[in-house]
Design a protein around this ligand. Structure first.
Ligand SMILES: C[S@@+](CC[C@H](N)C(=O)[O-])C[C@H]1O[C@@H](n2cnc3c(N)ncnc32)[C@H](O)[C@@H]1O
Length: 181
Protein backbone atom coordinates (compact mmCIF):
# COMPACT_ATOMS: atom_id res chain seq x y z
CA UNK A 1 0.00 0.00 0.00
CA UNK A 2 1.36 3.46 -0.88
CA UNK A 3 1.46 5.74 2.16
CA UNK A 4 1.45 9.53 2.19
CA UNK A 5 5.09 9.35 3.18
CA UNK A 6 5.89 7.22 0.10
CA UNK A 7 4.26 9.74 -2.19
CA UNK A 8 6.09 12.66 -0.55
CA UNK A 9 9.36 10.82 -1.04
CA UNK A 10 8.50 10.26 -4.70
CA UNK A 11 7.77 13.97 -5.14
CA UNK A 12 11.05 14.95 -3.51
CA UNK A 13 13.01 12.64 -5.75
CA UNK A 14 11.28 13.96 -8.89
CA UNK A 15 14.04 13.94 -11.47
CA UNK A 16 12.53 16.90 -13.34
CA UNK A 17 14.29 19.48 -11.16
CA UNK A 18 15.38 21.32 -14.33
CA UNK A 19 11.77 22.46 -14.58
CA UNK A 20 11.97 24.31 -11.27
CA UNK A 21 12.56 28.05 -11.93
CA UNK A 22 14.49 28.22 -8.63
CA UNK A 23 17.20 26.13 -10.26
CA UNK A 24 17.55 28.33 -13.34
CA UNK A 25 20.63 30.48 -13.82
CA UNK A 26 18.61 33.34 -15.40
CA UNK A 27 14.99 34.62 -15.03
CA UNK A 28 13.81 32.83 -18.18
CA UNK A 29 10.15 33.64 -17.53
CA UNK A 30 10.85 37.32 -18.22
CA UNK A 31 11.31 36.47 -21.92
CA UNK A 32 7.61 35.59 -22.34
CA UNK A 33 5.76 38.21 -24.39
CA UNK A 34 2.14 38.73 -25.40
CA UNK A 35 1.24 38.80 -29.10
CA UNK A 36 -1.94 39.72 -30.97
CA UNK A 37 -2.01 36.56 -33.13
CA UNK A 38 -0.96 32.90 -33.25
CA UNK A 39 2.86 32.81 -33.34
CA UNK A 40 4.52 32.46 -36.74
CA UNK A 41 6.13 29.07 -35.97
CA UNK A 42 2.75 27.66 -34.91
CA UNK A 43 1.17 29.01 -38.10
CA UNK A 44 4.00 27.52 -40.16
CA UNK A 45 3.65 24.15 -38.45
CA UNK A 46 -0.12 23.96 -38.97
CA UNK A 47 0.22 25.02 -42.63
CA UNK A 48 3.11 22.61 -43.30
CA UNK A 49 0.92 19.55 -43.85
CA UNK A 50 3.30 17.50 -41.68
CA UNK A 51 1.10 17.37 -38.57
CA UNK A 52 -1.88 15.10 -37.94
CA UNK A 53 -5.10 16.89 -39.03
CA UNK A 54 -6.58 16.51 -35.58
CA UNK A 55 -4.68 15.83 -32.37
CA UNK A 56 -4.16 16.50 -28.70
CA UNK A 57 -1.29 18.97 -28.40
CA UNK A 58 0.84 19.94 -25.42
CA UNK A 59 2.63 23.29 -25.70
CA UNK A 60 5.59 23.13 -23.30
CA UNK A 61 6.95 26.48 -22.10
CA UNK A 62 3.69 28.10 -23.22
CA UNK A 63 4.38 31.39 -21.41
CA UNK A 64 1.13 33.39 -21.30
CA UNK A 65 -0.62 30.50 -23.08
CA UNK A 66 -1.91 32.59 -25.98
CA UNK A 67 -0.89 30.08 -28.65
CA UNK A 68 -2.97 27.29 -27.14
CA UNK A 69 -6.03 29.55 -27.18
CA UNK A 70 -5.46 30.38 -30.86
CA UNK A 71 -4.55 27.03 -32.38
CA UNK A 72 -7.40 25.70 -34.56
CA UNK A 73 -10.00 23.81 -32.49
CA UNK A 74 -9.18 20.47 -34.15
CA UNK A 75 -6.03 20.65 -32.05
CA UNK A 76 -7.09 20.11 -28.52
CA UNK A 77 -4.23 22.18 -27.14
CA UNK A 78 -3.16 22.45 -23.52
CA UNK A 79 -0.19 24.33 -22.11
CA UNK A 80 2.47 23.83 -19.48
CA UNK A 81 4.95 26.43 -18.30
CA UNK A 82 7.23 25.91 -15.29
CA UNK A 83 6.65 29.52 -14.16
CA UNK A 84 3.24 30.65 -15.50
CA UNK A 85 1.38 27.32 -15.65
CA UNK A 86 3.09 24.70 -13.51
CA UNK A 87 0.44 22.06 -14.24
CA UNK A 88 2.79 19.12 -13.72
CA UNK A 89 -0.02 16.60 -14.11
CA UNK A 90 -0.05 17.44 -17.84
CA UNK A 91 3.43 15.91 -18.10
CA UNK A 92 2.30 12.49 -16.93
CA UNK A 93 1.00 11.38 -20.33
CA UNK A 94 1.99 11.50 -24.01
CA UNK A 95 0.45 13.60 -26.80
CA UNK A 96 0.43 13.15 -30.59
CA UNK A 97 1.93 16.65 -30.85
CA UNK A 98 4.15 18.59 -28.45
CA UNK A 99 5.84 21.93 -28.97
CA UNK A 100 8.60 24.17 -27.61
CA UNK A 101 8.15 27.62 -29.09
CA UNK A 102 11.03 30.04 -28.38
CA UNK A 103 11.96 28.05 -25.28
CA UNK A 104 15.30 26.42 -26.14
CA UNK A 105 16.83 29.78 -27.07
CA UNK A 106 16.21 31.27 -23.59
CA UNK A 107 17.81 28.38 -21.69
CA UNK A 108 21.28 29.43 -20.52
CA UNK A 109 22.43 25.91 -19.61
CA UNK A 110 23.56 23.48 -22.34
CA UNK A 111 22.56 20.52 -20.17
CA UNK A 112 19.06 21.92 -19.50
CA UNK A 113 18.57 22.75 -23.16
CA UNK A 114 19.36 19.17 -24.18
CA UNK A 115 17.16 17.76 -21.42
CA UNK A 116 14.22 20.00 -22.30
CA UNK A 117 14.40 19.03 -25.96
CA UNK A 118 14.72 15.31 -25.22
CA UNK A 119 11.88 15.51 -22.71
CA UNK A 120 9.53 17.24 -25.18
CA UNK A 121 10.41 14.62 -27.80
CA UNK A 122 9.74 11.80 -25.33
CA UNK A 123 6.24 13.18 -24.64
CA UNK A 124 5.14 13.22 -28.30
CA UNK A 125 3.96 10.18 -30.22
CA UNK A 126 3.86 11.75 -33.71
CA UNK A 127 5.41 15.19 -33.99
CA UNK A 128 7.38 17.79 -32.05
CA UNK A 129 7.15 21.43 -33.19
CA UNK A 130 10.15 23.64 -32.38
CA UNK A 131 11.08 27.27 -32.80
CA UNK A 132 14.18 29.26 -31.88
CA UNK A 133 15.52 32.70 -32.77
CA UNK A 134 17.87 32.93 -35.74
CA UNK A 135 18.57 36.68 -35.72
CA UNK A 136 22.11 37.54 -36.85
CA UNK A 137 23.19 38.53 -33.34
CA UNK A 138 25.64 37.40 -30.67
CA UNK A 139 24.21 35.00 -28.08
CA UNK A 140 24.49 36.13 -24.46
CA UNK A 141 22.91 37.86 -21.48
CA UNK A 142 20.44 40.65 -22.27
CA UNK A 143 19.93 44.00 -20.55
CA UNK A 144 17.23 42.46 -18.33
CA UNK A 145 19.47 39.57 -17.26
CA UNK A 146 17.85 36.92 -19.45
CA UNK A 147 19.74 34.75 -21.93
CA UNK A 148 19.24 34.62 -25.69
CA UNK A 149 20.85 32.02 -27.89
CA UNK A 150 20.78 32.85 -31.59
CA UNK A 151 21.17 29.85 -33.87
CA UNK A 152 22.13 29.61 -37.49
CA UNK A 153 19.39 27.86 -39.44
CA UNK A 154 21.43 24.75 -40.34
CA UNK A 155 23.07 24.62 -36.93
CA UNK A 156 19.65 24.29 -35.29
CA UNK A 157 18.53 21.51 -37.63
CA UNK A 158 21.77 19.59 -36.88
CA UNK A 159 21.38 20.16 -33.14
CA UNK A 160 17.81 18.84 -33.14
CA UNK A 161 18.82 15.78 -35.16
CA UNK A 162 21.63 15.03 -32.70
CA UNK A 163 19.22 15.16 -29.74
CA UNK A 164 16.36 13.29 -31.44
CA UNK A 165 18.25 10.64 -33.44
CA UNK A 166 15.18 8.50 -34.12
CA UNK A 167 13.22 11.47 -35.46
CA UNK A 168 12.95 12.83 -39.00
CA UNK A 169 13.78 16.53 -38.77
CA UNK A 170 11.94 18.78 -41.22
CA UNK A 171 13.06 22.38 -41.70
CA UNK A 172 9.89 24.44 -42.27
CA UNK A 173 11.36 27.93 -41.85
CA UNK A 174 14.38 29.65 -40.35
CA UNK A 175 14.56 28.27 -36.79
CA UNK A 176 11.24 26.46 -37.32
CA UNK A 177 11.49 22.70 -37.27
CA UNK A 178 9.13 19.74 -37.01
CA UNK A 179 10.46 16.39 -35.78
CA UNK A 180 8.44 13.41 -36.95
CA UNK A 181 8.52 10.21 -34.89
C1 LIG B 1 10.25 33.24 -24.74
S1 LIG B 1 9.09 32.47 -23.68
C2 LIG B 1 8.07 31.66 -24.88
C3 LIG B 1 6.64 31.52 -24.45
C4 LIG B 1 5.68 30.98 -25.52
N1 LIG B 1 6.09 29.68 -25.99
C5 LIG B 1 5.57 31.96 -26.65
O1 LIG B 1 6.12 31.70 -27.73
O2 LIG B 1 4.93 32.99 -26.45
C6 LIG B 1 10.00 31.13 -22.94
C7 LIG B 1 9.21 30.37 -21.89
O3 LIG B 1 9.90 29.15 -21.60
C8 LIG B 1 9.70 28.80 -20.25
N2 LIG B 1 10.78 27.85 -19.89
C9 LIG B 1 12.03 28.12 -19.50
N3 LIG B 1 12.72 27.00 -19.28
C10 LIG B 1 11.90 25.98 -19.58
C11 LIG B 1 12.03 24.56 -19.59
N4 LIG B 1 13.18 23.96 -19.24
N5 LIG B 1 10.97 23.81 -19.95
C12 LIG B 1 9.81 24.40 -20.33
N6 LIG B 1 9.62 25.74 -20.34
C13 LIG B 1 10.65 26.51 -19.97
C14 LIG B 1 9.73 30.15 -19.52
O4 LIG B 1 9.07 30.11 -18.28
C15 LIG B 1 9.05 31.08 -20.54
O5 LIG B 1 7.70 31.27 -20.25
Amino acid sequence: MTTLWDSLLTQESDSRDWLNPKNWGTPRWKTAIKRPTLSLPMRNAVASGHLPKQANWLDIGCGHAQDIERLPPEYNAVGFDPYYRPKFELLDTTYPVTSLIYVLNVIESDVDRDRTLQFAFSLCTKALVLAVRTDAKESGITSIGTYQKYYKRKEFVAYVQSQCPIGRVIDVGSGHVIVIK
